[in-house]
Design a protein around this ligand. Structure first.
Ligand SMILES: NC(=O)c1ccc[n+]([C@@H]2O[C@H](COP(=O)([O-])OP(=O)(O)OC[C@H]3O[C@@H](n4cnc5c(N)ncnc54)[C@H](OP(=O)(O)O)[C@@H]3O)[C@@H](O)[C@H]2O)c1
Length: 338
Protein backbone atom coordinates (compact mmCIF):
# COMPACT_ATOMS: atom_id res chain seq x y z
CA UNK A 1 0.00 0.00 0.00
CA UNK A 2 1.47 3.35 -0.99
CA UNK A 3 2.22 6.23 1.31
CA UNK A 4 2.61 8.59 -1.65
CA UNK A 5 0.72 11.88 -1.54
CA UNK A 6 1.38 14.29 -4.39
CA UNK A 7 2.93 17.63 -3.41
CA UNK A 8 0.22 20.19 -2.70
CA UNK A 9 2.15 22.89 -4.58
CA UNK A 10 2.73 20.81 -7.71
CA UNK A 11 1.10 23.31 -10.06
CA UNK A 12 3.12 26.30 -8.88
CA UNK A 13 6.49 25.53 -10.52
CA UNK A 14 6.07 24.75 -14.22
CA UNK A 15 4.47 26.59 -17.09
CA UNK A 16 1.85 24.79 -19.18
CA UNK A 17 1.74 25.39 -22.91
CA UNK A 18 -1.05 24.85 -25.41
CA UNK A 19 -0.57 22.00 -27.90
CA UNK A 20 -1.10 23.63 -31.29
CA UNK A 21 -4.66 24.74 -31.92
CA UNK A 22 -6.13 22.16 -29.52
CA UNK A 23 -7.58 22.75 -26.07
CA UNK A 24 -4.88 20.69 -24.31
CA UNK A 25 -2.05 22.15 -22.25
CA UNK A 26 1.15 20.20 -21.62
CA UNK A 27 3.87 21.02 -19.10
CA UNK A 28 6.86 22.87 -20.59
CA UNK A 29 8.97 19.87 -19.55
CA UNK A 30 7.74 16.30 -19.91
CA UNK A 31 9.37 13.03 -18.83
CA UNK A 32 10.10 10.14 -21.19
CA UNK A 33 10.71 6.54 -20.14
CA UNK A 34 12.92 5.46 -23.04
CA UNK A 35 16.14 4.85 -21.08
CA UNK A 36 16.70 3.64 -17.52
CA UNK A 37 13.08 2.61 -17.02
CA UNK A 38 13.61 -0.97 -18.10
CA UNK A 39 14.16 -4.17 -16.16
CA UNK A 40 17.89 -3.35 -15.92
CA UNK A 41 17.49 -0.43 -13.54
CA UNK A 42 16.33 -0.50 -9.89
CA UNK A 43 12.56 -0.27 -9.59
CA UNK A 44 12.66 2.01 -6.53
CA UNK A 45 14.92 4.49 -8.31
CA UNK A 46 12.58 4.64 -11.30
CA UNK A 47 9.56 5.03 -9.06
CA UNK A 48 11.22 7.85 -7.13
CA UNK A 49 11.97 9.72 -10.38
CA UNK A 50 8.41 9.42 -11.72
CA UNK A 51 6.80 10.51 -8.46
CA UNK A 52 9.24 13.40 -8.06
CA UNK A 53 8.43 14.53 -11.60
CA UNK A 54 4.72 14.61 -10.77
CA UNK A 55 5.46 16.55 -7.58
CA UNK A 56 7.25 19.14 -9.75
CA UNK A 57 4.19 19.51 -11.98
CA UNK A 58 5.33 17.20 -14.77
CA UNK A 59 1.98 15.70 -15.69
CA UNK A 60 3.03 14.28 -19.04
CA UNK A 61 4.78 10.89 -19.20
CA UNK A 62 5.88 9.55 -22.56
CA UNK A 63 6.01 5.83 -23.22
CA UNK A 64 6.13 3.41 -26.14
CA UNK A 65 5.66 -0.31 -26.61
CA UNK A 66 9.43 -0.51 -27.32
CA UNK A 67 10.75 1.12 -24.17
CA UNK A 68 12.72 -1.13 -21.85
CA UNK A 69 14.74 -3.33 -22.12
CA UNK A 70 13.12 -5.69 -22.73
CA UNK A 71 10.45 -4.25 -25.00
CA UNK A 72 7.30 -3.31 -23.02
CA UNK A 73 9.16 -3.21 -19.67
CA UNK A 74 8.76 0.57 -19.24
CA UNK A 75 5.00 0.35 -19.70
CA UNK A 76 4.77 -2.54 -17.24
CA UNK A 77 6.81 -0.49 -14.76
CA UNK A 78 4.60 2.56 -15.24
CA UNK A 79 1.50 0.41 -14.86
CA UNK A 80 2.83 -0.73 -11.49
CA UNK A 81 3.37 2.85 -10.31
CA UNK A 82 -0.02 3.87 -11.65
CA UNK A 83 -1.67 1.08 -9.68
CA UNK A 84 0.20 1.61 -6.44
CA UNK A 85 0.86 5.36 -6.31
CA UNK A 86 -0.70 7.45 -9.05
CA UNK A 87 -4.18 5.91 -9.39
CA UNK A 88 -5.85 8.74 -7.43
CA UNK A 89 -4.28 11.20 -9.87
CA UNK A 90 -5.14 9.51 -13.19
CA UNK A 91 -7.31 12.46 -14.28
CA UNK A 92 -4.28 14.77 -13.85
CA UNK A 93 -1.96 12.66 -16.00
CA UNK A 94 -1.21 12.77 -19.71
CA UNK A 95 -0.04 9.26 -20.59
CA UNK A 96 1.17 8.41 -24.05
CA UNK A 97 2.15 5.33 -25.91
CA UNK A 98 3.45 4.64 -29.40
CA UNK A 99 3.46 1.75 -31.83
CA UNK A 100 5.03 1.11 -35.21
CA UNK A 101 8.74 0.76 -34.46
CA UNK A 102 9.68 -2.95 -34.65
CA UNK A 103 9.33 -4.93 -31.44
CA UNK A 104 9.78 -8.42 -32.84
CA UNK A 105 9.95 -10.59 -35.97
CA UNK A 106 6.19 -10.82 -36.48
CA UNK A 107 4.92 -8.77 -39.45
CA UNK A 108 2.29 -7.41 -37.03
CA UNK A 109 4.91 -6.08 -34.59
CA UNK A 110 5.99 -3.16 -36.78
CA UNK A 111 4.83 -0.67 -39.38
CA UNK A 112 1.67 1.33 -39.79
CA UNK A 113 -1.02 -1.25 -40.46
CA UNK A 114 -4.35 -1.18 -38.68
CA UNK A 115 -3.50 -4.62 -37.27
CA UNK A 116 -0.16 -3.65 -35.75
CA UNK A 117 -1.30 -0.29 -34.35
CA UNK A 118 -4.55 -1.36 -32.74
CA UNK A 119 -3.30 -4.65 -31.29
CA UNK A 120 -0.25 -2.89 -29.86
CA UNK A 121 -2.44 -0.21 -28.29
CA UNK A 122 -4.60 -2.89 -26.69
CA UNK A 123 -1.45 -4.54 -25.27
CA UNK A 124 -0.13 -1.21 -23.96
CA UNK A 125 -3.42 -0.48 -22.20
CA UNK A 126 -3.14 -3.84 -20.42
CA UNK A 127 0.47 -3.19 -19.42
CA UNK A 128 -0.26 0.35 -18.26
CA UNK A 129 -3.39 -0.77 -16.43
CA UNK A 130 -5.49 2.04 -17.80
CA UNK A 131 -8.60 2.12 -20.00
CA UNK A 132 -7.26 4.84 -22.24
CA UNK A 133 -4.07 6.69 -23.09
CA UNK A 134 -4.19 10.41 -23.55
CA UNK A 135 -2.09 10.42 -26.72
CA UNK A 136 -1.54 7.48 -29.08
CA UNK A 137 1.30 7.92 -31.57
CA UNK A 138 2.40 6.26 -34.74
CA UNK A 139 6.10 6.01 -33.86
CA UNK A 140 7.66 6.26 -37.29
CA UNK A 141 6.36 6.75 -40.84
CA UNK A 142 5.91 3.51 -42.77
CA UNK A 143 6.12 4.17 -46.51
CA UNK A 144 4.91 0.63 -47.24
CA UNK A 145 1.47 1.26 -45.72
CA UNK A 146 -1.03 3.76 -47.17
CA UNK A 147 -1.25 6.80 -44.90
CA UNK A 148 -5.04 6.44 -45.14
CA UNK A 149 -4.85 3.07 -43.35
CA UNK A 150 -2.61 4.43 -40.57
CA UNK A 151 -4.82 7.50 -40.18
CA UNK A 152 -7.88 5.24 -40.03
CA UNK A 153 -6.31 3.20 -37.22
CA UNK A 154 -5.54 6.36 -35.21
CA UNK A 155 -9.10 7.60 -35.72
CA UNK A 156 -10.46 4.22 -34.58
CA UNK A 157 -8.36 4.39 -31.40
CA UNK A 158 -10.11 7.65 -30.52
CA UNK A 159 -13.56 6.48 -31.60
CA UNK A 160 -13.17 3.35 -29.46
CA UNK A 161 -12.31 5.49 -26.44
CA UNK A 162 -8.82 3.99 -26.17
CA UNK A 163 -7.04 7.29 -26.86
CA UNK A 164 -8.15 10.87 -26.32
CA UNK A 165 -5.78 12.36 -28.90
CA UNK A 166 -3.41 11.13 -31.59
CA UNK A 167 0.09 12.03 -32.73
CA UNK A 168 2.87 11.01 -35.07
CA UNK A 169 6.60 10.83 -34.44
CA UNK A 170 9.66 11.03 -36.70
CA UNK A 171 7.41 11.74 -39.71
CA UNK A 172 8.95 13.59 -42.65
CA UNK A 173 7.36 17.00 -43.12
CA UNK A 174 5.31 16.14 -46.24
CA UNK A 175 3.90 12.97 -44.66
CA UNK A 176 3.06 14.90 -41.48
CA UNK A 177 1.10 17.41 -43.54
CA UNK A 178 -0.84 14.68 -45.37
CA UNK A 179 -1.55 12.95 -42.07
CA UNK A 180 -2.77 16.23 -40.53
CA UNK A 181 -5.16 16.70 -43.47
CA UNK A 182 -6.46 13.11 -43.33
CA UNK A 183 -7.06 13.32 -39.60
CA UNK A 184 -8.69 16.75 -39.81
CA UNK A 185 -11.08 15.44 -42.47
CA UNK A 186 -11.99 12.55 -40.14
CA UNK A 187 -12.74 14.94 -37.26
CA UNK A 188 -9.79 13.74 -35.14
CA UNK A 189 -7.15 16.47 -35.54
CA UNK A 190 -3.47 15.65 -35.23
CA UNK A 191 -2.59 16.89 -31.72
CA UNK A 192 1.20 16.63 -31.82
CA UNK A 193 4.22 15.57 -33.80
CA UNK A 194 7.21 14.24 -31.84
CA UNK A 195 10.54 15.02 -33.56
CA UNK A 196 14.11 15.04 -32.23
CA UNK A 197 15.15 18.66 -31.71
CA UNK A 198 18.03 20.28 -29.88
CA UNK A 199 20.86 22.77 -30.34
CA UNK A 200 22.77 19.89 -31.94
CA UNK A 201 19.86 18.63 -34.05
CA UNK A 202 18.36 21.35 -36.20
CA UNK A 203 16.39 18.93 -38.42
CA UNK A 204 12.93 20.37 -37.67
CA UNK A 205 14.14 23.85 -38.73
CA UNK A 206 15.75 22.65 -41.95
CA UNK A 207 12.86 20.38 -42.96
CA UNK A 208 10.21 23.07 -42.48
CA UNK A 209 8.51 21.07 -39.73
CA UNK A 210 8.45 24.00 -37.31
CA UNK A 211 6.69 26.16 -39.89
CA UNK A 212 4.30 23.36 -40.83
CA UNK A 213 3.30 22.87 -37.19
CA UNK A 214 2.24 26.49 -36.99
CA UNK A 215 0.34 26.32 -40.27
CA UNK A 216 -1.36 22.96 -39.64
CA UNK A 217 -2.08 23.72 -35.99
CA UNK A 218 -0.38 20.79 -34.29
CA UNK A 219 2.05 21.08 -31.39
CA UNK A 220 5.62 19.76 -31.32
CA UNK A 221 6.92 17.52 -28.56
CA UNK A 222 10.70 17.93 -28.87
CA UNK A 223 12.50 14.77 -27.82
CA UNK A 224 16.15 14.48 -26.69
CA UNK A 225 16.42 18.27 -26.11
CA UNK A 226 19.66 17.60 -24.19
CA UNK A 227 21.00 15.45 -27.06
CA UNK A 228 20.92 12.47 -24.64
CA UNK A 229 23.17 14.31 -22.17
CA UNK A 230 25.65 15.81 -24.66
CA UNK A 231 24.12 19.21 -23.94
CA UNK A 232 24.98 19.01 -20.24
CA UNK A 233 28.29 19.49 -18.50
CA UNK A 234 28.79 15.79 -17.78
CA UNK A 235 31.11 15.03 -20.73
CA UNK A 236 32.97 18.36 -20.86
CA UNK A 237 35.98 17.15 -18.89
CA UNK A 238 36.74 14.56 -21.54
CA UNK A 239 35.84 11.48 -19.55
CA UNK A 240 32.67 9.46 -19.37
CA UNK A 241 31.29 9.20 -15.83
CA UNK A 242 30.35 5.71 -14.66
CA UNK A 243 26.64 5.13 -15.14
CA UNK A 244 26.26 7.88 -17.77
CA UNK A 245 24.35 7.03 -20.93
CA UNK A 246 27.48 7.12 -23.09
CA UNK A 247 28.89 4.38 -20.85
CA UNK A 248 25.94 2.02 -20.89
CA UNK A 249 23.53 2.66 -23.78
CA UNK A 250 23.65 1.43 -27.35
CA UNK A 251 22.14 4.76 -28.44
CA UNK A 252 25.06 6.98 -27.33
CA UNK A 253 28.57 5.70 -27.86
CA UNK A 254 31.86 6.92 -26.35
CA UNK A 255 33.10 7.76 -29.90
CA UNK A 256 30.51 10.53 -30.04
CA UNK A 257 32.36 12.34 -27.24
CA UNK A 258 35.07 13.55 -29.61
CA UNK A 259 37.16 16.73 -29.84
CA UNK A 260 34.74 18.51 -32.18
CA UNK A 261 31.90 17.80 -29.81
CA UNK A 262 33.87 18.94 -26.77
CA UNK A 263 34.94 22.18 -28.42
CA UNK A 264 31.36 23.09 -29.37
CA UNK A 265 29.90 22.01 -26.04
CA UNK A 266 32.55 24.02 -24.16
CA UNK A 267 31.71 27.15 -26.19
CA UNK A 268 28.00 26.70 -25.46
CA UNK A 269 28.83 26.08 -21.81
CA UNK A 270 30.62 29.45 -21.79
CA UNK A 271 27.48 31.20 -23.08
CA UNK A 272 25.44 29.46 -20.39
CA UNK A 273 27.95 30.43 -17.69
CA UNK A 274 27.70 34.09 -18.75
CA UNK A 275 23.96 33.83 -18.15
CA UNK A 276 24.53 32.29 -14.72
CA UNK A 277 23.08 28.93 -15.73
CA UNK A 278 24.22 25.48 -16.81
CA UNK A 279 24.51 24.11 -20.34
CA UNK A 280 21.50 21.84 -19.72
CA UNK A 281 19.38 24.80 -18.66
CA UNK A 282 20.47 26.82 -21.69
CA UNK A 283 19.66 23.90 -24.01
CA UNK A 284 16.15 23.51 -22.60
CA UNK A 285 15.39 27.22 -22.83
CA UNK A 286 16.69 27.21 -26.39
CA UNK A 287 14.27 24.46 -27.48
CA UNK A 288 11.36 26.18 -25.74
CA UNK A 289 12.09 29.57 -27.36
CA UNK A 290 9.87 28.63 -30.30
CA UNK A 291 6.12 28.83 -29.69
CA UNK A 292 5.55 25.80 -31.95
CA UNK A 293 7.32 23.65 -29.33
CA UNK A 294 4.68 22.64 -26.82
CA UNK A 295 7.04 20.75 -24.54
CA UNK A 296 10.64 19.62 -24.21
CA UNK A 297 10.59 15.86 -23.60
CA UNK A 298 13.50 15.01 -21.33
CA UNK A 299 14.90 11.86 -19.79
CA UNK A 300 16.33 11.69 -16.28
CA UNK A 301 18.38 9.21 -14.30
CA UNK A 302 17.98 11.01 -10.94
CA UNK A 303 15.62 13.34 -9.13
CA UNK A 304 18.48 15.87 -8.93
CA UNK A 305 18.53 16.09 -12.74
CA UNK A 306 14.80 16.81 -12.71
CA UNK A 307 15.20 19.62 -10.16
CA UNK A 308 18.08 21.08 -12.12
CA UNK A 309 16.22 20.95 -15.43
CA UNK A 310 12.99 22.41 -14.08
CA UNK A 311 15.01 25.35 -12.73
CA UNK A 312 15.82 26.25 -16.38
CA UNK A 313 12.38 27.82 -16.60
CA UNK A 314 13.30 30.45 -13.98
CA UNK A 315 15.85 32.20 -16.22
CA UNK A 316 15.05 35.15 -18.51
CA UNK A 317 14.49 34.31 -22.19
CA UNK A 318 17.51 34.12 -24.49
CA UNK A 319 18.29 37.40 -26.25
CA UNK A 320 18.75 37.77 -30.02
CA UNK A 321 22.49 38.30 -29.44
CA UNK A 322 22.72 35.08 -27.41
CA UNK A 323 20.77 33.15 -30.04
CA UNK A 324 23.18 34.35 -32.73
CA UNK A 325 26.13 33.21 -30.61
CA UNK A 326 24.54 29.82 -29.97
CA UNK A 327 24.05 29.36 -33.75
CA UNK A 328 27.84 29.51 -34.23
CA UNK A 329 28.32 26.40 -32.08
CA UNK A 330 24.94 24.68 -32.36
CA UNK A 331 25.77 22.81 -35.50
CA UNK A 332 23.40 20.19 -36.84
CA UNK A 333 24.56 16.63 -36.37
CA UNK A 334 27.22 17.34 -33.76
CA UNK A 335 28.00 13.99 -32.23
CA UNK A 336 24.50 12.74 -33.07
CA UNK A 337 23.67 9.68 -35.06
CA UNK A 338 21.48 10.84 -37.90
N1 LIG B 1 9.79 9.29 -30.66
C1 LIG B 1 10.99 8.78 -30.66
O1 LIG B 1 11.41 8.11 -31.62
C2 LIG B 1 11.88 9.05 -29.49
C3 LIG B 1 13.26 8.78 -29.56
C4 LIG B 1 14.04 9.08 -28.46
C5 LIG B 1 13.46 9.62 -27.32
N2 LIG B 1 12.10 9.83 -27.28
C6 LIG B 1 11.43 10.34 -26.06
O2 LIG B 1 12.15 11.42 -25.53
C7 LIG B 1 12.48 11.13 -24.16
C8 LIG B 1 13.73 11.84 -23.77
O3 LIG B 1 14.82 11.42 -24.59
P1 LIG B 1 16.29 11.50 -24.01
O4 LIG B 1 16.34 10.70 -22.75
O5 LIG B 1 17.23 11.23 -25.10
O6 LIG B 1 16.32 13.07 -23.60
P2 LIG B 1 17.47 14.05 -23.14
O7 LIG B 1 16.78 14.94 -22.15
O8 LIG B 1 18.14 14.65 -24.31
O9 LIG B 1 18.56 13.15 -22.38
C9 LIG B 1 18.27 12.70 -21.09
C10 LIG B 1 19.53 12.15 -20.43
O10 LIG B 1 20.50 13.18 -20.24
C11 LIG B 1 21.08 13.05 -18.94
N3 LIG B 1 20.67 14.25 -18.16
C12 LIG B 1 19.44 14.78 -18.03
N4 LIG B 1 19.48 15.90 -17.27
C13 LIG B 1 20.77 16.07 -16.92
C14 LIG B 1 21.44 17.05 -16.16
N5 LIG B 1 20.80 18.08 -15.61
N6 LIG B 1 22.79 16.94 -16.00
C15 LIG B 1 23.47 15.90 -16.55
N7 LIG B 1 22.88 14.94 -17.30
C16 LIG B 1 21.53 15.03 -17.49
C17 LIG B 1 20.54 11.76 -18.36
O11 LIG B 1 21.36 10.69 -18.81
P3 LIG B 1 22.39 9.88 -17.88
O12 LIG B 1 21.88 8.50 -17.91
O13 LIG B 1 23.70 10.04 -18.59
O14 LIG B 1 22.39 10.50 -16.51
C18 LIG B 1 19.20 11.64 -19.02
O15 LIG B 1 18.68 10.34 -19.05
C19 LIG B 1 12.55 9.60 -24.15
O16 LIG B 1 12.44 9.07 -22.84
C20 LIG B 1 11.37 9.27 -25.00
O17 LIG B 1 10.17 9.42 -24.26
C21 LIG B 1 11.32 9.58 -28.35
Amino acid sequence: MTTYRAAADRYERLQYRRAGRSGLDLPALSLGLWQKFGADYPFEKQREIVLHAFDLGITHFDNANRYGPPFRAAEKFFGHVLRTDLAPYRDELILTTKAGNPIGPSPYFKGGSRKSLLTSLEHSLRDLGTEYVDIFYHHRADPSTPLEETAGALVSAVQQGKALYVGVSNYPTAAAHTMAELLRAAGVPLLVHQPRYSIFDRGPEKSGLLDLAGADGFGLVAYSPLAQGLLTDKYLAGRIPAGARAANSTFLSPEQIDDVYRERAAALNGIARDRGQSLAQLALQWVLRRPEITTALIGASSTGQLDHNVAALDFPPLTEAELTLIDQHGIHGTAQRT
